[in-house]
Design a protein around this ligand. Structure first.
Ligand SMILES: Cc1cc2nc3c(=O)[nH]c(=O)nc-3n(C[C@H](O)[C@H](O)[C@H](O)COP(=O)(O)O)c2cc1C
Length: 239
């Protein structure tokens, strides 16, 4: 009898914990505020570019005044703007493609506590809860190619990527997926994206977070871009 009661209590505690995490994931987001000095809106390289780099990074989607030590290890300042590993890669891509740049940002931000943010991301995946994006998505009609850059989150792309791909008509365009990861490469992200669009999806590129800031990453990016017929501009040379 006592055993049954204990089991019931344990089950109740597990259920309550799951419910709390679910409610926090779905409704407990911190609203975006102007304290976050992050890139806002489209950053054009030139008015005639037909390539756009669309990216999502943790570093632009959490309240930056509250980040804990673990999260802050992958938040960086780049020319007065805060960003994360993917943001660094995206800026390098803009530099060498002369494309335009756009940062996907969610209306409700992820927790600045690393552990909570991993739970939020996990529950989003389990519940298929696509986050709402800020409503300044640029006009995509002039672009032929979208370089879509994101971190690995639980072996997939964050669901903000699903929000972007599923809410925009990308047919006739080419999507080049780029994943920044700790160890799991592209994970299941390319299949995940392919299911949501009839755009042409190229081979993806995975770069490890430890290489994002290195100069050697330029060569890796360039090779991938050139293989997919994207012109690159480095050191005054055009390829
Ligand atoms: C919620 C969450 C889940 C993650 N899951 C994975 C994973 O499954 N595989 C992996 O290699 N890295 C994983 N990582 C590590 C990130 O992919 C890596 O730190 C990446 O550089 C983060 O990019 P960002 O700084 O632009 O957000 C995860 C990080 C977070 C926050």
């Amino acid at each position: 009898m006592k055993k049954k009661k204990t089991l019931r209590i344990i089950l109740f505690v597990i259920f309550a914990a799951l419910l709390a995490v679910f409610l926090y994931t779905a409704y407990g987001r911190v609203g975006r505020n102007d304290k976050n000095s992050v890139i806002k809106g489209l950053r054009e390289y030139s008015s005639d570019s037909n390539v756009i780099i669309v990216y999502f990074t943790g570093g632009e989607n959490m309240p930056l005044d509250k980040v804990d030590a673990v999260s802050s290890a992958s938040v960086f300042e780049e020319n007065g703007e805060m960003t994360g590993n993917v943001g660094i890669a995206a800026r390098k891509l803009q530099e060498i493609t002369h494309g335009d740049l756009y940062s996907l940002q969610t209306k409700g931000m992820y927790s600045a506590n690393y552990t909570y943010s991993t739970y939020q991301a996990m529950f989003e995946q389990i519940l298929r809860h696509r986050p709402v994006l800020t409503d300044n998505i640029p006009d995509l009609s002039k672009y032929d190619t979208i370089i879509l850059a994101y971190p690995q989150w639980w072996m997939k792309a964050p669901l903000a990527i699903e929000s972007f791909v599923s809410q925009n008509d990308l047919s006739g365009k080419t999507i080049m997926p780029l994943s920044v990861h700790f160890s799991s490469g592209l994970g299941g992200s390319v299949e995940q994206i392919s299911k949501l669009t009839d755009a042409n999806i190229t081979n993806g590129l995975a770069i490890s977070e430890s290489s994002v800031k290195s100069d050697s990453v330029y060569e890796t990016l360039e090779k991938w871009l050139n293989q997919n017929n994207i012109t690159t501009y480095t050191g005054g040379e055009t390829k």
